[in-house]
Design a protein around this ligand. Sequence first.
Ligand SMILES: NC(=O)c1ccc[n+]([C@@H]2O[C@H](COP(=O)([O-])OP(=O)(O)OC[C@H]3O[C@@H](n4cnc5c(N)ncnc54)[C@H](OP(=O)(O)O)[C@@H]3O)[C@@H](O)[C@H]2O)c1
Length: 178
Amino acid sequence: MHTRQYDLILWGASGFTGRLVAEYLTSASLSDHTSASLSNPLNWAVAGRNREKLQEMLNELGHPQIPIIIADGFNKNSLLAMAAQAKVVCTTVGPYTQYGSLLVEACVSSRTHYCDLSGEAGWMRQMIDRYHQAAKDAKIKIVHSCGFDSIPSDMGVYFLQKEIHKQYGVYATHIKTS
Ligand SMILES: NC(=O)c1ccc[n+]([C@@H]2O[C@H](COP(=O)([O-])OP(=O)(O)OC[C@H]3O[C@@H](n4cnc5c(N)ncnc54)[C@H](OP(=O)(O)O)[C@@H]3O)[C@@H](O)[C@H]2O)c1
């Protein structure tokens, strides 16, 4: 993984959410070579199925030079080629039930970390059942639901665990939200 061309590839950057992520990634604290907050600026690329749309989005953000990779959700080889270039692929191509599985497979087989912001619980269960052990063996992380409306649940669990530990000296092994 140390030899990968990019730290991160953002797949789906032409969509609504992808653009927001791209906007965040172009912020000075992550991409500015002179920034004191990172010893190395993030080396990243955008990806999607439509080069013109991606270029237009980068132009609008004022970062036309960011590299573009073409990968289609139905083209396994293009997904494998994309995953092999990155340490992490972040995907905002959804619905994940429709477009997500081949990318998870490509990331596991090319030993690339993966994250999404899926809220599709049934699909995530399928991915865990299918790929958890292989991901563990490959020493990579498949992270579903990292952001947006997953955050209140994560923060709720964090808060509860802190309170439980304060009161009982142990952490809960299971938390049910309703
Ligand atoms: N958990 C949460 O809180 C949360 C919040 C926001 C969004 N989401 C999820 O995030 C996903 C994206 O939402 P969105 O509103 O950003 O959708 P969107 O604006 O429709 O964007 C979808 C993106 O997927 C790309 N795409 C579609 N089919 C593709 C294919 N075959 N190959 C490659 N790329 C393809 C589109 O590319 P083109 O531009 O070329 O069409 C576009 O970049 C959805 O699944 C949504 O449910 C979750």
